[in-house]
Design a protein around this ligand. Structure first.
Ligand code: ACO
Length: 429
């Protein structure tokens, strides 16, 4: 930290340390600025504010780079499995065979949910959104495992909570789907891999043998890897923020699920398909919808376009676009909604409005298309995103706890009424 920044306020100079990350990113450390000068910094939406230092994920939005623990996303997506990537995110290194077998074994061991939990599902309305159910159920897990209440318990207990979360999330997600259909729940089949087991619980029936399609499992494995972490986004920051109060990990992840649900974050994948369906039902006049997205007086946006940090291309979208083409070809899918997606992408990429603002299809644009092709219902799309993001959230939480970070507590600049006296109700206008 030899470099310094000088800031001049009210004619006085203050010297502030500069923090340099391992990839050369630079930050002015303003932690002491208020004590020194009385000033704080103001940055709506944290567009230019680092909330922490982190050794998990590196992202360069200008260059379209994404790496987990130093490994390029392109290599992980092509060569790795979601479980291996989960191990990497949580532990910092790729596992050897013994470590991977042990990790996988621990996750398999915890895949069942307490039988009493199944009863919770009966009381949700039939049309309950699966993200609302998932968030509630993950929070409920903390009531079944009281030892998880203390994030500073011996590391074995913390580890068990992590295994339980990774193991039970797919089971809970699949039960919420079956419940919605009124179909019997499928128990996990621990002979299967993580992704295959999830597909078995989603699409299997007790009355028949369900054979997992290898191409579908492989596409889903890729999608989960691409979603596994994305540094300090809205949901990861929420997990860290909630966890910083020393609330238990289940509650922190439950809050992360709620944050992900929003249409400007993970909820965009559901919005993409709903938007494409609306365009089709309206007569497929793409120009009209693109113009609506460009109109400042119209709140409509093209979902699946734009990203807070990727301003040239989203590397995940490039990988997924290829996976998307492969899956659609292999499955022989012929879907007019997907044709609209292709045309929309083509039109938007040539339009000056989108070019000038650097708005490109993001990962959600294509992930929704793949989910639809493999039979996942639209309302489950964001649940799929949550399944993928889970190891990232846990890794972010773990790092925050291990680094002994203080409770998150931003400041504000007050803009409301200044001091005034209470008036009796009879004297008010
Ligand atoms: N359609 C039309 N115009 C858009 C879009 C869009 N999808 N996204 C941004 N713009 C425009 C804005 O109106 C703004 O225009 P202006 O400069 O003329 O005022 C400009 O582009 C910059 O937009 P901001 O909202 O300032 O960009 P920000 O970085 O804050 O937002 C966000 C990023 C939220 C992702 C935005 O692009 C968006 O709403 N996209 C649609 C939702 C979506 O796909 N979300 C998924 C994100 S990926 C993820 O969470 C995994």
């Amino acid at each position: 930290m030899s470099e310094k920044a000088t800031i001049i306020l009210d004619g006085k100079s203050y010297e502030l340390p500069v923090f340099v990350g391992s990839e050369g990113e630079k930050a002015i450390d303003i932690a002491k600025l208020r004590d020194m000068s009385g000033y704080i910094t103001l940055d709506f939406g944290y567009k230019n504010t680092g909330a922490t230092t982190s050794a998990i994920t590196f992202l360069d939005g200008e260059e379209g780079i994404l790496r987990y623990r130093g490994y390029p996303i392109e290599q992980l997506a092509a060569k790795s499995s979601f479980i291996e990537v989960s191990y990497l995110l949580l532990n910092g290194e790729l596992p050897n065979q013994r470590q991977l077998d042990e990790f996988q074994g621990n996750i398999r061991y915890h895949s069942l949910v307490h039988e009493d939990m199944k009863r919770f599902f009966e009381f949700f309305p039939n049309n309950a959104h699966p993200m609302g159910i998932l968030s509630a159920m993950v929070n409920s897990l903390s009531t079944f495992y009281p030892k998880s209440q203390d994030p500073h318990r011996p590391s074995k207990d913390v580890e068990r909570t992590i295994f339980r979360l990774i193991a039970k999330m797919p089971t809970l997600a699949a039960i919420s789907y079956k419940n919605n259909l009124g179909h019997p729940y499928m128990y996990p089949d621990n002979k299967l891999g993580y992704v295959e087991n999830f597909l078995h619980m989603m699409f299997g029936m007790p009355t028949e043998d369900y054979v997992v399609d290898k191409d579908v499992a492989s596409a889903l494995n890729t999608l989960l890897i691409l979603h596994a972490d994305h540094e300090q986004n809205c949901s990861a920051s929420t997990v860290r923020m909630v966890g910083s109060s020393q609330a238990n990990l289940y509650s922190a992840v439950s809050a992360g699920i709620a944050a992900l649900w929003g249409p400007l974050h993970g909820g965009a994948n559901q919005e993409v398909i709903e938007m494409l369906e609306a365009i089709r039902n309206d007569g497929s006049d793409l120009e009209k919808w693109v113009n609506k997205a460009k109109d400042k007086n119209d709140p409509f946006r093209l979902f699946g376009f734009g990203h807070r940090v990727y301003k040239n291309f989203d590397p995940r979208a490039q990988i997924i676009k290829k996976a998307c083409d492969d899956v659609l070809k292999k499955m022989g899918v012929n879907d007019p909604v997907l044709d609209i997606a292709r045309q929309l992408e083509e039109i938007a990429l040539k339009d000056d409005y989108f070019i000038e603002r650097k708005l490109y299809p993001n990962v959600d644009f294509y992930s929704g298309i793949i989910y639809r092709a493999i039979g996942i219902p639209t309302r489950m799309f964001t649940v799929m995103f949550a399944l993928g993001r889970l190891p990232g959230w846990i890794a972010q939480w773990k790092e925050m706890v291990e680094n002994k970070e203080p409770i998150g507590r931003p400041r504000q600049i007050y803009t409301g009424a200044v001091n005034r006296s209470y008036t009796a109700i009879k004297d008010r206008k």
